[in-house]
Design a protein around this ligand. Structure first.
Ligand SMILES: Cc1cc2nc3c(=O)[nH]c(=O)nc-3n(C[C@H](O)[C@H](O)[C@H](O)COP(=O)(O)O)c2cc1C
Length: 355
C-alpha cells in the first residue's frame, strides 16, 4: 500500500511544480475562432453561466477534475478544492478510489461531503481495477464518500510507462457495460490526458454510455509525469519509451467535437483548459462543461484557496466576455455559436467517422 501512497504524493509534487505539460501538441482549441458580434444587445449582467450537468445545476460550466486521494496531502488538496467547488457552484471529482479499496482507513482522504454538501461530487475508479471488483463493492466505495456519480477512468498510455503499471487492458468494454447497467448512479467514462476517439465513443455509446470526460491531449501529459518518475528511478528504458510517447493523444478540441457526433449526452472537456476563452471554445465544439485539473492544483500549491478562487474568477470573466462578444446570453446559446476552425483541427476532423 505504501507504494500507492508514495506514487500519489509523487504525482501531486510533480504536477504542482514540474514541467509535465505536453511539449509540442496542443488542445487545438486555439484553432477555434468565434465570429465577433458587434451588436450583441446584451449587458454583461444579462449573461448567465448556469448550466445542467448530469441533472445537477451548476452556477458555471466547470468541473474541478479528479486528481487525488489516499494520503494526508491528498486529503488536504481534495478538501480545499471541493470547498472552492461548493462556494463557486462547480462540480468536483476525487481521484482514483483504488487506495480506499486496497487499504482500510483511507476514506477520510476522499471525504469532501462535509465541505461540499450541495456540489455534484464525482467518484473515480480505473477500468482495470473495476474489472476485478464486484458492482456491489464499487457502489459501496462511491457511497462511502457520498458521491453522486462515478467516473471510470481509462489510462493505458500512462500505465505502460508506470513501473508496475497495468499491462492487460482486456474486458474494458464489458466492465463498463456491467457498471452502466448495474450501478445506481450515472457513470462517466473518462480518459486522463490522451482523449477519446470517435470510434471509442461509438463503442461506448453502443453499450449504453451517455456521459464522457474526454480528458484530451494538450494539458497535463501523464506519460510525461510517469517518464519523470522513471528518470528519477534511473529506469532508462522506461524513460526512453515515455520520452517518445510524451505527446501521445488526441487533442482536447478534436475529441470534444467527436463526442457529440457519436451521440453522447454529456461531454466534459478536460485537458489543457487554461482560461475562459478555452471553456467557451470547448462549449462551442459540443461540450456540456469544461474540466480543469492541474491548473487548479498549481494555484492551490502556489497561493492556497485564494489563488484557486482568483484562477476561476478569471476563467468566469473571460467566459462571460466571450459570451457577450458572440451575443450569447446563455451557455445553450454559446453552444450554437458559429465558429471557424483552423487547418490542423480540420485535418483531424477530416478522418472518416462511422455513425
Ligand atoms: C495530480 C493529478 C492526479 C490525477 N489523478 C487522476 C485520477 O486519479 N483519476 C483520473 O481519472 N484522472 C486523474 N488525473 C487526470 C485529470 O483528471 C485530467 O484528466 C488530466 O490531468 C488533464 O487535465 P489538465 O490538463 O487540466 O490537468 C489526475 C491529474 C492530476 C494533475
Amino acid at each position: 500500500m505504501s507504494s500507492i501512497s508514495d506514487r500519489k504524493d509523487d504525482h501531486l509534487t510533480l504536477c504542482a511544480s514540474k514541467p509535465v505539460g505536453f511539449r509540442t501538441k496542443t488542445t487545438l482549441l486555439e484553432e477555434v475562432q468565434f465570429v465577433h458580434n458587434a451588436l450583441p444587445e446584451l449587458a454583461v449582467s444579462d449573461v448567465s453561466l448556469e448550466t445542467r450537468l448530469l441533472k445537477w445545476t451548476l452556477r458555471a460550466p466547470i468541473v474541478i477534475a479528479g486528481m487525488t486521494g489516499g494520503t494526508p496531502e491528498a486529503a488536504r488538496v481534495n478538501r480545499s478544492l471541493a470547498q472552492v467547488a461548493e462556494q463557486r457552484g462547480y462540480a468536483f471529482g476525487v481521484g482514483s478510489q483504488r487506495a480506499m479499496h486496497v487499504s482500510e482507513g483511507r476514506d477520510q482522504t476522499y471525504a469532501v461531503r462535509d465541505v461540499a454538501p450541495s456540489a455534484l461530487i464525482l467518484g473515480n475508479i480505473g477500468v482495470v481495477q473495476a474489472r476485478e471488483l464486484s458492482t456491489a463493492r464499487i457502489e459501496e466505495l462511491v457511497q462511502r464518500i457520498g458521491a453522486d456519480a462515478l467516473c471510470v477512468h481509462l489510462n493505458p498510455a500512462m500505465e505502460l510507462i508506470q513501473k508496475g503499471g497495468d499491462r492487460d487492458f482486456r474486458l474494458g468494454l464489458e466492465t463498463i457495460k456491467r457498471l452502466v447497467n448495474e450501478l445506481d448512479r450515472p457513470v462517466v467514462i473518462k480518459e486522463t490526458g490522451c482523449g477519446l476517439s470517435h470510434d471509442v465513443a461509438m463503442r461506448l455509446h453502443a453499450i449504453g454510455v451517455q456521459h464522457v470526460d474526454v480528458s484530451g491531449a494538450g494539458g497535463t501529459s501523464w506519460v510525461g509525469v510517469e517518464t519523470m518518475r522513471a528518470e528519477n528511478a534511473h529506469d532508462n528504458q522506461t524513460a526512453a519509451l515515455g520520452d517518445l510517447l510524451w505527446d501521445w493523444g488526441i487533442p482536447t478540441g478534436v475529441s470534444t467535437f467527436w463526442m457529440r457526433s457519436a451521440g453522447m449526452q454529456t461531454v466534459i472537456a478536460t485537458g489543457g483548459i487554461a482560461h475562459g476563452l478555452d471553456v467557451a471554445r470547448a462549449l462551442a465544439l459540443g461540450a456540456t462543461a469544461a474540466g480543469v485539473a492541474r491548473p487548479a492544483l498549481q494555484a492551490l500549491h502556489d497561493g492556497g484557496t485564494d489563488a484557486v478562487h482568483a484562477l476561476f474568477e478569471g476563467v468566469e470573466t473571460q467566459l462571460r466576455a466571450a459570451m457577450l462578444l458572440t451575443g450569447s446570453k446563455t451557455v445553450f446559446d454559446l453552444q450554437k455559436a458559429r465558429v471557424v476552425l483552423g487547418p490542423t483541427l480540420r485535418e483531424w476532423l477530416k478522418l472518416p467517422v462511422d455513425s
